[in-house]
Design a protein around this ligand. Sequence first.
Ligand code: GRF
Length: 201
Amino acid sequence: MRIAIFASGNGSNFEAIAKAVEEKRLSVQIASVVYDKKDAYVQTRAKKYNIPAYYFNFSTYQSKESYEQAILEQLKRDKVDFIVLAGYMKFIGRVLLQAYPNKILNIHPSLLPQFPGKSGIADAFKAKVSQTGVSVHLVDEGIDTGPILKQMCVSIDKEDTLESLTEKIHRIEHHLYPLVIQEYSEKLFKQLTNKADDNLQ
Ligand code: GRF
């Protein structure tokens, strides 16, 4: 199965996935990286792994639809089976949702449905809850609302600072995301092969 990873910034999750592929813990091919912020560090990481990275500048398109249409054409050229969001800071619109139904994964740094949105880690920390976590879910038209595939808890201890909590969450993300991507790609692969069998009968 071929995936595209969408990111807007640092790309540590991209790197965790690329490393898992390199070490054969994850059997997908990363066809491309799509990013929407010119200076996103993820492009440097992609270069290191020899993975093509494409920059799409939203402000040069007339609409969300035309922006996503341009991305979709690239995904088709790269024969991408499913999309993995890893710190991509735009919500996914109609064009991509229709082209990839139940085929867009996202990782969010909280135990959804708690603390959705841009600052899941800080919001949990400020709320003084005793545990938060990481969620991997399918993307729908809402913000961090799609069906949850897997979650892992992270405790917030008395001595934790926002920095130490952020570090703990990232460590869990880097462990969890490759595992869930592997499971989900196996599921999609089975669906595809069953469909192919049905067509032959
Ligand atoms: C991660 O915390 C992820 O859960 C959230 O955005 C952050 C991206 O981090 N969606 P990085 O760019 O992968 O380092």
